[in-house]
Design a protein around this ligand. Sequence first.
Ligand code: GTP
Ligand code: MG
Length: 269
Amino acid sequence: MTTKSDQLLRFKVISLGNVNVGKSCLIKRYCEKRFVPKYMATIGIDYGVTRMRIRNYDIRMNIFDFSGHPLFYEVRNEFYRDVQAILLVFDVSNRRSFESLESWLTEMKKELSLHSNGHKSSVIVFVIGNKNDLKRMVEENEAKLWANVRGYQYFETSAATGAGVQEMFDNLFSVLIDINENGGVLPDTTLPNVNFTIEQVEAINRLRNNKDNFERLGLKHSCTKEDVLAAYKRLAKLLHPDKSEAPGSEDAFKLLLNAKTELLNRFDK
Ligand code: GTP
Ligand code: MG
């Protein structure tokens, strides 16, 4: 008789992210406990199976390690079928690789809906900032926020030193087992708990990262006084520190007030 304690679980996991971010090295570090510093680009896709025993389950992880090169899109897209988990990887020392995550998400969502035959997908996505042994160009908080506000967990790793790798994979299998035990649905407890929106985070980043007051408010230099007032009203509602729980709301609200005052002064001159 098969009991719950001898269940065999098969999981299909894929890796996504720009070339050279360390996808193959992360997988090698976990599966083979080693690191190869020489770069060997993945050509198309690599495939491997790893077996392990967790919480009385026999686990077979089929891992499809994708090349990050745009040339291989046609090869990659076939492999999204029946996937349970996606490792969405960037390199914390390479800002462009972080900025590319959005386009990876777009590819992923398009392919998942193509292959899901209309069923709601409960694919789990882990966002991973790799190479955290190098000088970072992306702060941990910024990346965590990016992931959490989209409903994904964030992990930092170094395939070179091994830091965080085991922990990330342990978490991944734990969530996959939870989903399995919860009838194929992601339990609420595995979702990051955030009380703010992408719109709020983007407004805060725009206020923080721009030096130009028009750009801070998302306006063109040719705008009118009424446009300034309307943008201010919209953003003030979005970011008021009494209402917004997004990190950085208070400072962003001050920037917003200053920007509005300076812009209105220009019109009144
Ligand atoms: P593609 O297969 O081309 O998409 O690249 P990839 O994402 O699989 O990158 P890969 O794992 O081949 O690693 C790229 C380079 O980064 C190699 O030279 C690795 O040695 C190096 N590398 C990977 N992970 C780390 C890390 O955590 N720290 C440091 N310092 N280097 C790393
Ligand atoms: Mg690779």
